[in-house]
Design a protein around this ligand. Structure first.
Ligand code: URA
Length: 206
């Protein structure tokens, strides 16, 4: 089966998921969207009102900001894979609960395995917490990429936070423009690994 088919099969499972109570409250689950071979994966927190209605990620104001930031680095939203940590909307957009995050974790892990992105951009603290230790503070670590397995994880503010705070907006813009350079570095590292037959554990960027 192609990874696009496997990703679609996974999306169908997510759409009928009842692993946590959010399954009964949603209008639509929001598995995510984008090419199965996307080099960049953006991971947000959870669907909001509009995402729940449409079954698509980041279709409101935060999504418009992401599209603008992507355009500045000559990408469109169709070039990247966009998803969330939690695939169903928490009531009244409250923070997702641990039980919801944990129930959804296998979906996100399978999406990452199938897509195998070179760069993961975490948007906000819930997404960052999937990859960084709980002691990490987004105000300190945003824009600082790290290698995990053979991909770069780069934490950024959530676009909704950037829309509320002009300083964070400036930070987010500055962090975003560094993505192409990061992508080029990871591409080069993977190419070197393939050529030399080295394993991902021997890769180091930073
Ligand atoms: N905020 C998120 O974290 N995800 C969305 O899909 C929309 C808004």
């Amino acid at each position: 089966m192609s990874s696009a088919d496997a990703l679609e099969q996974l999306a169908a499972q997510i759409r009928s998921c009842q692993k946590c109570p959010l399954g009964r409250l949603r209008t639509h689950a929001v598995p995510g969207e984008g090419p199965a071979d996307a080099e960049i994966m953006l991971i947000g927190e959870a669907p909001g009102y509009h995402e729940d209605k449409q079954g698509r990620p980041f279709v409101g104001a935060s999504g418009r900001l992401l599209e603008k930031l992507l355009a500045q680095i000559h990408f469109t939203r169709e070039d990247v894979y966009i998803t969330n940590v939690v695939k169903c909307r928490p009531p009244a957009n409250r923070d997702p609960l641990l039980v919801e995050i944990e129930a959804c974790q296998p979906w996100l892990r399978q999406q990452i395995d199938l897509i195998d992105p070179l760069v993961i951009v975490t948007l906000g603290r819930f997404s960052m917490a999937q990859f960084l230790p709980p002691s990490a503070r987004i105000t300190r670590v945003h824009g600082q990429p790290m290698m995990q397995e053979d991909r770069a994880i780069t934490p950024m503010f959530h676009p909704a936070a950037a829309l509320r705070n002009a300083n964070w907006m400036r930070d987010m813009e500055a962090d975003f423009v560094r993505i192409p350079e990061l992508l080029a570095k990871v591409r080069a590292l993977r190419a070197a690994r393939e050529q030399e037959g080295r394993g991902p554990e021997q890769l180091s960027l930073f």
